[in-house]
Design a binder for this molecule. Structure first.
Ligand SMILES: [Zn+2]
Ligand SMILES: [Zn+2]
Length: 187
């Protein structure tokens, strides 16, 4: 069966959020070839397939049941929605957090947005990967300027970014204007 495709996470195998391995998904009980290995903010299944993320079944099945009068159930999410711009529809935020594979960072990572939409997550990136995308580097420089870093401190930091180590940057692509965006964690 064809693997599902995700608008906001085009290649979960390449980004490291999924692994090619035979398994039985804990949510649908099916034999699957690709296993999700990103974060789940909810109940932790033994094994999870991408089909169940795509359909929303995993978000519902792994949610945390609320207690008390309100009986408010929290669906499981795979990434955080932080600093979402006002022009991004709630439906987009729901698709990204509940029906899109997340990605593991050193901290709890949040998605990036551009042009009124969620951006596509491409994967972790080091300085070498970012060098090809000056606009992504410029974005990181601007962040650091805001935090009061001097230019030499910032350049030293950027050069220490490592795809597999710490600190790591996370590369996104705007689905509308193609601008590359980057976030990072300081570790
Ligand atoms: Zn499944
Ligand atoms: Zn854009």
């Amino acid at each position: 069966m064809a693997e599902p495709t995700f608008r906001y996470h085009p290649d979960p195998l390449a980004s490291g959020s999924a692994l090619r391995t035979d398994h039985v998904c804990s949510v649908c009980g099916m034999h699957r070839q690709i296993r999700y290995q990103g974060p789940i903010y909810g109940q932790q299944p033994d094994s999870l397939c991408l089909h169940c993320i795509h359909s929303g079944a995993a978000s519902s099945a792994l949610g945390i049941a609320g207690g008390g009068d309100e009986d408010f159930d929290m669906p499981a999410v795979f990434s955080d929605a932080v600093d979402v711009p006002d022009d991004v529809p709630l439906s987009v935020v729901e698709e990204i957090t509940r029906r899109t594979p997340g990605f593991a960072g050193w901290q709890q990572e949040s998605w990036l947005y551009h042009c009124g939409d969620g951006a596509a997550f491409l994967g972790p990136a080091g300085y070498r990967e970012l060098e090809a995308h000056p606009e992504a580097l410029a974005m990181l420089r601007k962040h650091h300027e805001r935090y009061g870093w001097t230019p030499p401190e910032t350049e030293q930091f950027l050069r220490s970014l490592d795809r597999a180590g710490e600190p790591t940057a996370y590369l996104f692509r705007c689905l509308h204007c193609d601008t590359r965006l980057a976030s990072w964690d300081i570790g």
